[in-house]
Design a protein. Structure first.
Length: 134
């Protein structure tokens, strides 16, 4: 019986340590970040246009809400950090993204989304990269 109690205690401690890691990883994202976003567009493997760049501020709130400010325009939305090293951003202006976390540190992060679709036989690909700093 004593071994069972010790085993259950260790199991509970392990679960608590995992849940605190998840909370801390979300807390590491909460706050204000400056961003530089680069959008690359390709058609059939060839660059279709010059890269688009966007600069602004992202604010991540601990309750999962987010605010993006770019060119004095504010968009409200939500964010979720997935267990699979992804961030899902969804803003009320129609912008929704699932981004893979490429690098993650307290003061800087790089996220990337790489999506493609085929329309009328042509392959369209968009690569979106967010560079974030505090």
């Amino acid at each position: 019986m004593k071994k069972l109690f010790i085993l259950l205690s260790l199991f509970a401690a392990l679960i608590l340590s995992f849940s605190s890691c998840t909370k801390n990883s979300k807390d590491n994202l909460s706050g204000t970040w400056n961003f530089n976003a680069v959008i690359e567009n390709y058609v059939n493997g060839q660059k279709d246009a010059p890269d688009e760049t966007h600069n602004g501020t992202l604010v991540f709130y601990p309750d999962g809400k987010a605010t993006m400010i770019e060119n004095n325009e504010t968009s409200e939305g939500t964010w979720i950090k997935g267990n699979d090293n992804t961030i899902t951003l969804d803003f009320n202006n129609g912008g929704g993204y699932v981004l893979n976390i490429i690098t993650s540190a307290k003061k800087s992060q790089v996220w990337r989304s790489d999506a493609q679709e085929i329309i009328n036989g042509a392959t369209y690909r968009m690569v979106l990269t967010f560079y974030l700093t505090r």
